[in-house]
Design a protein. Structure first.
Ligand code: SF4
Length: 359
């Protein structure tokens, strides 16, 4: 199998103030669950998403009333706005006119050539990209007829079909997604797409499930792709509050060292434990959630693995009987009583974060 270093080799596409692709970071996305035409509710949800770390947000646009709400929403938010349209070119034109930073529409589904041309012309005039969203559940009839059922080859062929329509109109600000709820199918489709073209890829496992099962399923599938260097933007689709999608996305990117964020290493505890480690680990995790510096924090129950793990961490604690040893870069700093552990760790974490930002 040939090597894929896709993330660094994709084209760069601008979406608002973000650049997607090239060597840029993987951008965290989510989608609102409100009626887009309900501006107040939609803006409130987007603000919650922004606070959680969402970098780009998509809204559904099934009616003209929704499209007409775009300028109002746009004025009140701080991250690029993607408008999701199916089939109706008039909605696409209205969304672009209203200030959408990107639209998601499949050009092969718009209809007449003149309608496709109108949308592409409008997107070009406003310098906004188009995301082609291939979904295993809604492949074109000619592709299903050819392959019999949704396959990775069929999904890539569908993407190439839509890409060609845009390229023929000299439009190249394209981002592509190839979503499926079957992980093996989605992974294979993204891998094949990464070899077939160099447009940035938006990753997602569609209809992945509820907060718990969907997070595991998404992390399993998207983890493979991120490890292979594939993916420029990402959404974790959950049947849950979309803020949960952002938390999972951030955690997944942290796991691969693909975002500047503090990470926690904590032990599962065992019969050797002499402190309330689970409570301490949860408190520390909550504290570091918004620290955008690559600091590794370890919270371990005892000294069996403590010093070894602490060497790998930037700051850590190894528990003992009602107390613990505080380590920094593998060196013991001091002994701290159990009831001071979290506070002392916070002090040291803050110092490391300050030093990182002062660099
Ligand atoms: Fe058990 Fe200590 Fe390992 Fe935690 S670090 S699991 S307490 S041996």
């Amino acid at each position: 199998m040939s090597e894929i270093t896709h993330r660094t080799k994709t084209r760069k596409v601008k979406v608002g103030n973000l650049t997607i692709g090239g060597t840029n970071e993987v951008i965290i996305q989510s989608m609102t669950t409100t009626k887009t035409r309900d501006v107040e509710a939609t803006v409130a949800q987007i603000h919650r998403l922004e606070d959680a770390g969402c970098q780009m947000v998509r809204v559904a646009c099934p009616t003209m009333e929704d499209a007409l709400a775009i300028p109002d929403i746009k004025r009140q938010i701080h991250i690029p706005l993607v408008v999701d349209i199916h089939f109706n070119y008039k909605l696409a034109l209205k969304a672009i006119e209203g200030g959408a930073d990107k639209i998601r529409i499949n050009p092969g589904n718009i209809g007449k050539q003149e309608n496709v041309e109108a949308v592409v012309r409008a997107a070009k005039d406003k310098h906004i990209p188009i995301r082609i969203g291939v979904n295993a559940g809604s492949l074109e009839k000619h592709i299903l007829d050819k392959y019999g059922y949704p396959t990775a080859d069929g999904m890539v062929e569908s993407a190439l079909h839509h890409i060609k329509i845009l390229e023929d109109l000299d439009f190249h600000d394209i981002i592509v997604s190839l979503k499926a709820s079957n992980i093996n199918l989605a992974v294979e489709a993204y891998e094949k797409a990464a070899r077939a073209f160099d447009y940035p890829l938006h990753l997602g496992i569609t209809e992945s499930g509820t907060k718990f099962s969907g997070s595991i399923k998404s992390a399993a599938g998207l983890g493979i792709l991120l490890h292979e260097g594939i993916g420029n933007t990402m959404r974790i689709s959950l049947s849950a509050d979309p803020v949960e999608e952002i938390k999972v996305c951030r955690e997944l990117l942290k796991t691969f060292g693909l975002t500047n964020a503090a990470t926690l290493i904590s032990c599962p505890t065992c019969g050797r434990i002499q402190i309330d480690l689970i409570k301490i680990a949860n408190q520390v995790e909550e504290y570091i959630d918004h620290i955008n510096a690559p600091i590794k924090v370890s919270v371990l129950g005892c000294a069996v693995n403590g010093p070894g793990e602490a060497r790998e961490a930037d700051i850590g604690i190894a528990g003992g009987r009602g107390e613990g040893l505080l380590f920094r870069h593998g060196e013991v700093l001091r002994k701290v009583p159990e009831d001071r552990m979290v506070e002392e760790l916070k002090i040291e974490i803050d110092k490391l974060a300050e030093a990182y930002f002062a660099k």
